[in-house]
Design a protein around this ligand. Structure first.
Ligand code: URA
Length: 213
């Protein structure tokens, strides 16, 4: 993993980069795209959970008693920005099955590109939890910024943001609004187009995950 700046972490592991290249290809089927996203998300989960707090517990091996370390997955909340975030969520949960899950429903107004909230459901006791927000594309940053804003009202211990792709505009917007939030991404692409899509990108992530186009 390399750092773009001290809050932006580029997950440049060869396996992640290889799978991302296959996903970008326009001829990748829905099934291929979804399977690869699931695999990439598992690999990204390793990086985003690298500094998770651990605790010592006493266990019995077949030979003797020992003190060993475990993570408390229940303190972690994966927050999916609907609907494309669900594509990342699945892979992350297979690595941290004890994590709780929240959902934020935001859609992009096609004219203004601003985020409009239609759903928000979080676990209880958010003050005790570390939040990892997932959304494949950090493009204009509008949905991500709105999601972080809403979550900050619940005062969680920390907030990280995981995406597959972003661009300089998305990073700048997010870091302007929320300089405290660490961003994990598999690629930083060239630019946004006038419709708020990332170039070269991979198209509409939701459509590619769910086969809706
Ligand atoms: N959302 C997408 O699905 N794709 C983009 O390129 C930008 C935002």
């Amino acid at each position: 993993m390399t750092t773009y700046n001290d809050k932006v972490h580029l997950v440049d592991h060869p396996l992640v980069q290889h799978k991302l290249t296959l996903m970008r290809r326009k001829d990748a089927s829905t099934n291929t795209f979804r399977t690869l996203l699931n695999e990439v998300s598992m690999l990204m989960a390793y990086e985003v959970t690298r500094d998770m707090p651990m605790q010592d517990i006493e266990i019995e091996t077949p030979l003797e008693t020992m003190t060993s370390r475990v993570i408390d997955g229940k303190k972690l909340v994966f927050v999916s920005i609907l609907r494309a975030g669900n594509g990342i969520l699945e892979g992350m949960l297979s690595v941290v099955p004890g994590a709780r899950v929240g959902h934020v429903g935001l859609y992009r107004d096609p004219k203004t590109l601003t985020a409009v909230e239609y759903y928000f459901k979080m676990p209880q006791d958010m003050e005790a939890r570390d939040v990892v927000i997932v959304d494949p594309m950090l493009a204009t940053g509008n949905s991500a910024i709105a999601a972080v804003e809403r979550l900050k009202e619940l005062n969680p211990k920390s907030i990280k943001f995981v995406c597959l792709l972003t661009c300089p505009e998305g990073i700048a917007a997010m870091q302007n609004a929320h300089p405290d939030v660490h961003i994990y991404t598999a690629a930083i692409d060239r630019q946004l187009n006038s419709h708020g899509y990332i170039l070269p990108g991979l198209g509409d992530a939701g459509d590619r995950i769910f086969g809706t186009k």
